[in-house]
Design a protein around this ligand. Structure first.
Ligand code: UGA
Length: 427
């Protein structure tokens, strides 16, 4: 089948690469000319395991093409996937990119098409959007909503082996066409109307942060009562009704989705006269966890960080990505610098992204160089490679043997045996 994907961002490129891999002809439209030129050469502007290879493969098979021209992409297209960003503006989802993309699609369509919204948009957006698009086209268009549930760093795995495919559409014919398009993918099918599909996305991206904030609150109590939050959440998560995932206490959630979608759902609720109390608490708890960690740093640095050299290990919002959006490192470093700490920082892939948003920090590619002369090691992002760090070597480099582990990542016993002071979260 012939598809157009609007937006060569994260969701757009993964969607395009996966549908190309399933044997469809996919044209990606992107307004950023520089991005398009790079993509045509098989270069991807973000780090995501496997995506570059898949794109390069389908540039060769000609299943995947890139253009800046809507007209070219709309020629004979059966499905158009709108995958542009919906950033936060005044705590709401900013739909201006969605509307502008939809207008360009409508203006250039030559034949009937199904327009699928993949961007995360408030429930009901499709109704207004369809009216909007009709102003610019005489072609028969049908709107549908097929939300994306991929995780950064695991995008291909999640897209090729989804647990569920949610298809929101008002017409049976559209549902059937979308079912056929997704035929080769596994996962339960959830067929519903557009508003429900959009609500499934928001509710999922609000429920997972709720689990995280809950685990973080429990971690504070664990610290107070001498319990171990890892044992506690393992015990809790074994209850099948609760489930083990997203119960890891640490520094809280970041990234391009959870903070934005929690804020948007709180705001959407207010718009219809409802106060989503739980989500307000989830947000508040997430912020508090940063202060909680910083307090631990103070405690382990003798009450003050002024003039102390603190080394931050891991900068991206989570391992497996260079994405710095809402990264916990940003907030932690900001607070510690304000208190007079000297920060050295390292990350396996995110240093160049981090440099754009974090100032006044000495960035080191080599973690050992970053740790040289440090008064404390602050583990902020749990990159797997940090498990292989040689703490015998680190012992000789650090000024004080203090590890403050924001992700309960290191082995306390091993470090204490080597003479380190160890502070985790809730253990
Ligand atoms: C999230 C969802 O997991 C995806 O299902 C969704 O499709 C995506 O948002 C989106 O809307 O596009 P992502 O932002 O890539 O995916 O990252 P996650 O792996 O979910 O992690 C989010 C944050 O939660 C990270 O900062 C992570 O460190 C934190 N986290 C996660 C915890 O603090 N504890 C946990 O137990 C799990």
């Amino acid at each position: 089948m012939q598809l157009a994907v609007i937006g060569a961002g994260y969701v757009g490129l993964v969607t395009a690469a996966v549908f190309a891999d399933l044997g469809n002809k996919v044209m990606v439209v992107e307004i950023d000319g520089e991005k398009i030129e790079k993509l045509k050469q098989g270069e991807v502007h973000f780090y995501e395991p496997g995506i570059k290879e898949l794109i390069q493969k389908h540039i060769i098979t000609k299943n995947l093409q890139f253009t800046g021209d809507y007209k070219e992409a709309m020629w004979g297209v059966e499905f158009v996937f709108i995958c542009v960003g919906t950033p936060t503006k005044n705590k709401k989802a900013d739909l201006s990119y969605v509307y502008s993309a939809a207008k360009s699609v409508a203006e250039n369509l030559k034949s009937p098409a199904i327009v699928v919204i993949k961007s995360t948009v408030p429930p009901g957006t499709n109704i207004e959007l369809e009216k909007w698009m009709r102003k610019f086209t005489k072609c028969n268009i049908s709107l549908a909503s097929v939300p994306e549930f991929l995780r950064e760093g695991k995008a291909l795995e999640d897209s090729l082996h989804p647990h569920r495919i949610v298809i929101g559409a008002e017409k049976k014919k559209v549902v059937n066409k979308l079912l056929a398009l997704h035929e080769k993918l596994p996962g339960e099918r959830v067929i519903c109307n557009c508003a429900s599909a959009q609500m499934i996305k928001y509710a999922s991206n609000a429920f997972l942060p709720t689990k995280i904030s809950f685990a973080n609150s429990v971690s504070v109590l664990c610290d107070k009562f001498g319990a171990n939050v890892e044992d506690v959440m393992r015990g809790v998560g074994l209850d099948k009704r609760i489930g083990p995932d997203f119960l890891s206490a640490g520094l809280g959630y970041g990234g391009s989705c959870f903070p934005k979608d929690v804020a948007a759902l709180i705001s959407l609720s207010k718009d219809v006269g409802y106060t989503f109390d739980i989500l307000q608490a989830v947000e508040k708890t997430n912020k508090k966890q940063i202060s909680y960690f910083v307090k631990k740093v103070f405690k382990r640095c003798g009450g003050s960080v002024k003039g102390k050299t603190l080394t931050v290990l891991g900068l991206s919002f989570k391992p497996g990505t260079s994405d710095m959006r809402e990264a916990r490192s940003f907030y932690i470093i900001k607070k510690l610098r304000r208190e007079g700490a000297k920060i050295k920082a390292t990350d396996p892939v995110a240093i160049s992204e981090a440099k754009k948003v974090i100032k006044g920090v000495k960035f080191c590619e080599d973690p050992y160089e970053a740790l040289s002369g440090a008064n404390a090691l602050l583990l902020v992002t749990e990159w797997e490679e940090y498990q292989k760090l040689d703490f015998d070597k680190i012992k000789k480099l650090m000024h004080n043997l203090v590890v403050i582990d924001g992700r309960n990542f290191f082995d306390r016993k091993k470090l204490e045996k080597l003479g380190f002071t160890y502070e985790g979260i809730g253990k």
